[in-house]
Design a protein. Structure first.
Length: 265
């Protein structure tokens, strides 16, 4: 199997993004309920980073990769890859929605009349997040192997995105069991598919020529990230705070990642 030279670093990046669900699980027990509004800025920041990277870095880089083998129609392949990425994200969301109940997060002490249903909700949320994290893990791995600075930026954005997911898993489990260690365990396990996605991405390198396949996959990654930003991050940012806080986060994310890429480049 032919592997990229920096596959080890790419795997570590993906692991970093995945374990941030455990960070979210920890935050669920140390941050006061009304302070969860701070997540509004963080989620907006993550969305800004993802949107900027997708349109300004990932899509152009995918085009450059494909131009080598498809000089006349590479733009159409990038376009098709982007659409496929969005469709994949939509299908995952349709068949297994990533339920993160903001009301539950903001008021975790509301008595439940059916603890079994609450536990079931927490478990299904964990399963849903596992499925959603799989393509994110592949995205982090693939971008890191092609461009370290770009991969680091994607990993940070996805890590921020995973924090409220960890909270969404930990809180209902904790309300049912009363045990923080179980809640933390489920939150941590919900992110385990990030590195699994990376391993699948690493396996793909051994089967296909990177220049031919990876450009199309990079375009699909951009589609997945755009969908995550608009379908999950921005609505949650508004729910946890308001649009003003969300916009502060979005603009901060764009400006931060922009100047970071200038300095690194």
């Amino acid at each position: 199997m032919i592997l990229p030279d920096n596959y080890g670093i790419a795997l570590l990046m993906t692991l970093f993004a995945g374990v941030s669900t455990a960070i979210g699980g920890g935050i669920a027990f140390v941050v006061k309920k009304n302070n969860l509004k701070a997540l509004s800025i963080g989620l907006g920041f993550s969305a800004g980073v993802m949107i900027f990277l997708s349109f300004n870095e990932i899509i152009p880089e995918a085009g450059e990769m494909l131009k080598v083998n498809f000089p006349h129609n590479y733009n159409w392949i990038v376009y098709l890859g982007f659409i496929i990425g969005i469709i994949v994200a939509i299908l995952i969301d349709y068949f297994l929605p990533d339920h993160i109940d903001a009301e539950e997060l903001m008021h975790p002490d509301i008595p439940s009349h059916n603890k079994h249903m609450l536990k079931r909700a927490g478990l299904f949320t964990a399963i849903a997040i596992c499925v959603h994290n799989f393509p994110e893990g592949m995205a982090t791995f693939l971008t890191t192997t092609q461009n370290f600075a770009l991969g680091l930026s994607v990993a940070v954005a996805i890590a921020i995105h995973n924090i409220p997911e960890g909270i969404a898993v930990a809180l209902p489990i904790y309300q049912v069991t009363g045990k923080k260690r179980y809640a933390m365990l489920y939150a941590a396990l919900s992110g385990i598919t990030e590195p699994i996605g990376a391993l699948v991405g690493m396996f793909i390198f051994g089967l296909f020529l990177p220049q031919i396949l990876i450009g199309a996959l990079m375009a699909a990654v951009a589609g997945i990230m755009i969908y995550i930003a608009f379908d999950t991050l921005l609505p949650l940012a508004k729910e946890y705070g308001n649009w003003h806080l969300s916009m502060i986060g979005i603009v901060s994310g764009i400006l931060f990642i922009w100047i970071s890429l200038i300095l690194i480049g």
